[in-house]
Design a protein around this ligand. Structure first.
Ligand code: SAM
Length: 237
């Protein structure tokens, strides 16, 4: 199979994620890569000098390695497959690096963010994140680690909402826990996502007001002036 002729096919979520990238990197890490599709497409379009694929699943990584050998000959592409727990991977002191972490739960993503930061305390790097849930807590973790926003988007795929968050340790916009640039309330699916998020945190606040009432308040403050009462009615009603 010739990689020059066969483009890596991505679904909507992974393709939207890949399109957010704004620069070339020395290394891109496709963390928790599973099928490795996003990393392969970034390798194909030479978004980095080297792409490293990391996942803990041995059989899947063996399959991926043989696919990479067929489609991306080492004479033309620099890649590596690392079958290891991401928290134990040793990180080289190279700049600039990007870590993509997509398709894992919020708590795990936070653990990975914290372990990467602990592994490279002196070295700035970028993250491209798309957790399956838990974005509020994940954004708080990013703020605590001193990241700034490069770009963020809401993604809707197979009736599931995701937040794609591209952040840097270099200068940028402040991250907001409830999201900022990604919201466009002229779009029905953004309204629907806010509605779903509010429902989720209202339920949590009913069980644990001390922890979640303030989170609900923060999301409610997002309701835009002109559309606010209309959306608020939908959300409340
Ligand atoms: C649903 S897949 C995500 C695949 C791809 N990133 C995507 O977004 O479509 C989640 C992957 O995370 C991997 N994973 C979970 N915990 C991990 C860890 N501690 N270290 C490395 N990989 C891990 C799993 O083996 C699994 O392949």
């Amino acid at each position: 199979m010739n990689s020059q002729r066969t483009a890596v096919k991505l679904g909507g979520r992974l393709s939207q994620l890949g399109n957010m990238l704004q620069q070339q990197y020395a290394i891109i890490w496709d963390c928790c890569c599973d099928h490795g599709l996003l990393g392969m497409s970034l390798l194909q379009r030479k978004q980095a000098d080297k792409v490293v694929f990391v996942d803990i699943l041995k059989p899947q990584m063996a399959l991926l390695e043989s696919e990479l050998q067929q489609r991306f000959p080492k004479s033309d592409y620099d890649w590596q497959v690392v079958c290891q727990d991401l928290r134990e991977v040793r990180l080289p002191p190279i700049k600039p690096q990007l870590f993509v972490i997509a398709g894992v739960g919020g708590n795990k993503t936070i653990e990975f963010i914290n372990s990467l930061c602990a592994g490279m305390p002196e070295l700035p790097f970028d993250l491209l994140l798309c957790s399956v849930h838990g974005n509020y807590a994940m954004r708080k973790a990013l703020m605590n680690q001193g990241f700034c926003l490069r770009q963020e988007q809401i993604i809707l795929e197979n009736k599931r909402f995701y937040e794609a968050i591209y952040v840097t340790k270099n200068a940028g916009e402040a991250i907001v826990a409830t999201g900022s640039d990604m919201w466009d309330f002229r779009q029905a699916h953004h309204q629907a996502y806010l509605q779903r998020t509010l429902q989720h945190y209202r339920k949590k606040a009913a069980a644990n007001s001390a922890e979640f009432r303030a989170v609900v308040d923060e999301y409610e403050r997002l309701l835009p002036g002109a559309l606010g009462s209309e959306i608020k009615d939908k959300v409340v009603g």
